[in-house]
Design a protein around this ligand. Structure first.
Ligand code: NAD
Length: 445
């Protein structure tokens, strides 16, 4: 789905003007469709000496059906994915290995290609020099993500020592078209007991998921994707959205739960419904959210209170309720923050407070979930094409779309794919992360 500017910029006249005036040039992003391979072209895996992840990465991508090579073939054949294991880098001098690997091959990266750098979390490094060098890699990947055009993306995945066998779901996500709108991100994979799904196309078979705000927009896309991945989805929304909610649930073979999550008795009702009707829940997605924008001096109590109630307090109370038994061991809680919660935004003191609070909720609950083999993570969407963003005035809307490395808005499905990666049983080591789904927006970067 291309927006109007994107269509113009790829027309013959548009192409000339874009080049002459230096305007943004949004590429058509390739998105995953069921049946697509994880990676369609060749994968080059390299490493700095003594890296502990290159072998595991090559084996994950080979078993996903990819054509993996460890030295670049002569000529100008192209690569769909470049993976570099940087865990062998022990000091700043060795950072030159990044340049040595990428410099000769970066111009051979396909459109919509992927760069994945694997590294050791600085906090797990064995020395101060190693920690410094490993931290330096963030600057490299974030900059590279800004340079590689034509819909390509770059990410840094920090993998704790001992978590080498738990990277399959993360590599498969970032190597594939599922991560089309995620770029310039830094992700941590920790040590956990990982059970990989028997069928990577239906990783949530036999699982139950709850999605709040499921009747439209991003929530409907999340429900559809979790159902595609095999989950039985309980779609929740306010009674006023009942018809649209039923439509989504019918389409995906799910069920509905109509209530206002801010009502005092809702958390208990939700936990009871999940326990009695479904024998528990495996995935809880807190997607319901509202905006009530005004600058602080003009913001009445109602605007402040309602936003904080829906976007944060209700979620905390639902967590308390489901953690009291309904959430099965290994369960996943997923929050929907926003880049406004990271960067702040004009007229959004209430919204940004609530969305920064979602990040706080993820960080504070991550150790609690880990005790039962579960995880809590959040996505922070940037500009996503929904009814909400369609109502933003034209100039602000255009700014929101273009001020990012991918120079376009994302789709609800992009947020949903990231959530599906968190929900995957193979992602047990992915805990406490906040991943921006924003095409590397410059806001809060
Ligand atoms: P939307 O307004 O289209 O959908 C939100 C849904 O939440 C609606 O169906 C609404 O009825 C439901 N909801 C609201 N209050 C509720 C309550 N008290 N109880 C139960 N359900 C309730 O919004 P969207 O654009 O699809 O956004 C979904 C989430 O993504 C929100 O949390 C939003 O803050 C976040 N987000 C969106 C964008 C974007 O660009 N669209 C960017 C960043 C973050």
């Amino acid at each position: 789905m291309a927006d109007r500017y994107q269509r113009f910029s790829t027309s013959p006249l548009g192409r000339v003007l874009v080049r002459k005036l230096g305007l943004p040039s949004p590429a058509k992003l390739r998105r995953y469709r069921p049946g697509d391979p994880v990676v369609a072209g060749q994968v080059l895996v390299g490493s700095s000496g003594g890296g502990r992840l290159a072998k595991a990465a090559a084996s994950v991508l080979t078993s996903a059906g990819a054509d993996v090579v460890t030295t670049a073939p002569e000529g100008d054949s192209r690569f769909a994915v470049l993976v570099f294991d940087a865990t062998g880098i022990g000091d700043s001098a060795q950072l030159q290995d990044l340049h040595r690997f990428f410099h000769p091959v970066i111009r051979r990266l396909d459109s919509c290609g992927r760069v994945i750098v694997l590294a050791t979390p600085p906090e797990d490094a064995g020395s101060t020099t190693e920690a410094t060098a490993q931290r330096a890699i963030e600057g490299f990947t974030r900059s590279l993500a800004k340079e590689i055009k034509r819909g390509a993306t770059a990410q840094l995945v920090y993998v704790s020592p001992g978590a080498e066998d738990g990277i399959a779901s993360t590599l498969r996500f970032f190597a594939s078209d599922r991560s089309a709108f995620v770029s310039g991100q830094v992700v941590r994979v920790g040590v956990a007991e990982v059970t990989e799904p028997e069928d990577w196309d239906r990783p949530l078979a036999g699982k139950t998921a709850l999605v709040t705000g499921a009747s439209r927009g991003i929530g409907a896309a999340i429900s559809e994707l979790l159902a595609r991945d095999g989950a039985s989805v309980v779609c929740l929304d306010v009674p006023a959205q009942g018809d649209e909610l039923a439509e989504v649930a019918n389409r995906i073979g799910g069920s509905t739960l109509q209530l206002d999550i801010t009502a005092p008795d809702s958390p208990a009702k939700i936990a009871e419904h999940l326990a009695q009707r479904h024998g528990g829940v495996d995935v809880v997605v807190h997607n319901a959210g509202i905006l009530r924008d005004k600058t602080l001096g003009k913001m009445d109590d109602q605007r402040w209170d309602s936003v904080l109630a829906v976007n944060l307090s209700a979620q905390e109370r639902i967590n308390d309720a489901v953690l009291d038994g309904a959430l099965r061991p290994g369960g996943r809680i997923i929050g929907v923050s926003s880049i406004a919660g990271i960067a702040g935004n004009f007229g959004q003191t209430n919204y940004a407070t609530s969305k920064a609070g979602v990040i706080g909720m993820v960080q504070s609950l991550a150790p609690v979930l880990a005790r039962s083999g579960g995880t809590i993570n959040a996505v922070a969407p940037g500009f996503i094409e929904t009814r909400m963003t369609a109502s933003i005035p034209l100039v602000t809307r255009e700014m929101g779309r273009r001020v990012s490395s991918l120079a376009q808005g994302g789709l609800p499905v992009d947020v949903a794919e990231t959530i599906a990666w968190y929900a995957n049983p193979g992602s047990a080591g992915v805990n406490g992360n906040v991943v921006r789904v924003c095409g590397q927006s410059l806001l809060g970067a």
